[in-house]
Ligand binder design. Sequence first.
Ligand code: GAL
Length: 388
Amino acid sequence: MKKLSLLTFLFCFLTLSLTALDDGLAKTPPMGWNSWNKFGCDVNEKMIREMADAMVASGMMEAGYRYIVIDDCWQVGRDKEGNIIADPERFPSGMKALGDYIHSKGLLFGIYSDAGTKTCQKRPGSRGYEFQDARQYAAWGVDYLKYDWCSHGEQNAKASYSLMRDALKAAQRPMVFSICEWGTNQPWTWGADVGHLWRTTEDILDCWDCTTDWGGMGWPLILDKQVGLEAYSGPGHWNDPDMLEVGNKSLTMEESKAHFSLWCLLSAPLMAGNDLRSMAPETKAILTNPEIIALDQDPLGKQGTKVRDDGEFEVWSKVLADGSRGVVLFNRGPSEARIAFSWTEIGYPVRLSAKVKDLWLHKELGKFKGGFGATVPSHGVVVLRVEP
Ligand code: GAL
C-alpha cells in the first residue's frame, strides 16, 4: 500500500513537472519593448535601431529590459520557395542585420507572426509554414516570438500553438514563445506546456476605462480580469495582461504609476510600449524604478492577488521569496482617500512587528504592528514592501 502511494506520488510529480516547457527561459517575467502600442504598422529598421540605442542610453537595459520586439507589419509576402519576406523598403538591410545590431547592444531580438493564414494586419501568417518560418527566425537570430491568432478559421488553438512550439524546438535556437490568442480558449489551462506567456484578454488601450466593440479596454478593466488566474502563473509560464501603455498619450502620471505597479504585482511580462527615444524623465522614472521592478522579477514568481475590494478602494498583495509582501493600495475613486489594511489580510499574524517601506517615495516608514494605512491619490497607488 505504502509502495503504491509512493509510486502514485512519483507519477503525479513527474506528470506535473512535465507539464511546463522547462527549457530555462523566462524564469522571471520577460522584460522588453514592443512596437505595437505606439507605432502600430509604422515600423522600419531605422526606428528599431534607434529604439535599441535608446534602450541602452535611457537606463532601461540596466533596469532589466532586454527584448526589442517588432510587432505586426514587418512582413510583406513569401518568395517562390515559401520563405517569408521582410518589407524591403522598410527593412532594406534585412532582418539578420537588424538582429545583429540589436545583439551588438547586448539586447535580444523579438519578432511577430500569426498562427492563422494572415496576421491581424493582413500580412502573411505562418499557417502551413511553421517549420520553415521557425528555421528562418533562428537563422536571423530571433530570441522571442509573439504569435497571434487572426485568420485562424476552424483551427484548434492548443494544437496550432503546439505546432509552432515544436517548430521552434526543431529550429534549435532558444526563443521565448508568447501566445497571443487574447484569452479566448483559456490558454492558462494549457499554455504552460506550450509557451512562456499567454495573453489573458483582448488588447490594452491607452486610456483609463474606455472600451471598443471588438473588446479592447483600458488597463483597470484588464486588471479586473486577472482575478482567478493567479494559480496558473509561475516561473517559465506567465499570465500576460498585455503590454504597457506607460508614457503614451492618455494616462496621467498617477494612472501610469498605478498601471506599472499593478502589472509588477501581477508578475506580468513588462513590455514597454512607448517611444523610448523621447521619454519624459517622469516616464523613465516609472519604467525603471528598481524596487517596483523587483516585485515583478522576484524569483519566487508568485502572482499577487486582490485581498480586499471595497468598490473604489482595493488592496493587492504579493508573496515574495524572502517572506516579505509587496502591497499595492489602489484608489479607483475620484478623490484622494485613506486606505488601510491589516496584517491578517496579507497572511501575517496581527502581533507581528514588520518594517514598511514606500517604494515610490523610496522611504523606510518604520516598524508597525497589526496593519498599516496611507493616503492614496485618486486613480493612484501607494506601493509598500512589508518585511517581518
Ligand atoms: C492583435 C494583438 C496586438 C497586436 C496586433 C497587431 O491581435 O493582440 O497586441 O499584435 O494584433 O496586428
